[in-house]
Design a binder for this molecule. Structure first.
Ligand SMILES: [Zn+2]
Length: 205
């Protein structure tokens, strides 16, 4: 087997070759730096610029582990990790941030924390295999079926629609058509094409 170069020589254990890591950080330099730690260790790294970008990446396929920054534009790590915990609770999550470990804000849905300091590479290459070998025992919810989303009528000409991908709500103008069950719109937040159903009692009002 070809010996892979390693960014450190401290003997930390490396993960299985080909484990997929989704790295979410708005800082381009941080993405490049951390990818530079992980790629030589054999990980397949997908990057995203913020939570909404990451949701799009999850649509294309699920990673074995997520590394996520906290402060990001559009959708921060707190909201994104809440969504991951609800939709993909079986995926282990490492939060990275400038905080010291004891300063990490409460309520972050993570399995491990690695501070962005001089030890980050060593910490990540130790923590990732621990989590991928012993993933959290949280059970994944049943896959979302293709049934359309039920919408609410806001009473003033718009529907309120809940997106199943980003779990945010958005409104869309009311449309009139013969087959309300055939109505599609695009989530303004994450770009997901949402199939929605207007209940008949809503149409009558
Ligand atoms: Zn959405």
């Amino acid at each position: 087997m070809r010996r892979l170069p390693s960014p450190d020589s401290s003997g930390v254990s490396h993960g299985h070759l080909g484990n997929r890591v989704l790295l979410v950080d708005d800082d381009r330099f941080a993405r490049k730096l951390i990818s530079g730690y992980l790629l030589p260790a054999g990980y397949v790294v997908e990057t995203a610029e913020d939570g909404l970008d990451a949701i799009g990446k999850l649509r294309a396929g699920l990673p074995d582990l997520i590394i996520c920054d906290l402060n990001m534009p559009r959708m921060d790590g707190f909201e994104f990790l809440d969504i991951v915990r609800k939709r993909f609770p079986h995926i282990p999550v490492i939060v990275i941030s400038g905080f010291d470990a004891d300063e990490l804000p409460v309520g972050v849905a993570n399995d491990a924390y690695c501070a962005k300091n001089a030890l980050l590479a060593e910490q990540l290459l130790k923590t990732i295999p621990e989590l991928t070998r012993n993933p959290p025992l949280r059970t994944a919810p049943p896959p979302v079926d293709d049934k359309p989303v039920q919408v609410r009528w806001d009473g003033s000409g718009r529907y309120i629609i809940g997106c199943r991908d980003c779990l945010r709500e958005f409104s869309a103008p009311r449309v009139f058509q013969m087959r309300p069950d055939e109505t599609w719109t695009t989530c303004v937040h994450c770009g997901k094409l949402v199939h929605f159903l207007v209940a008949e009692d809503l149409e009558g009002t």
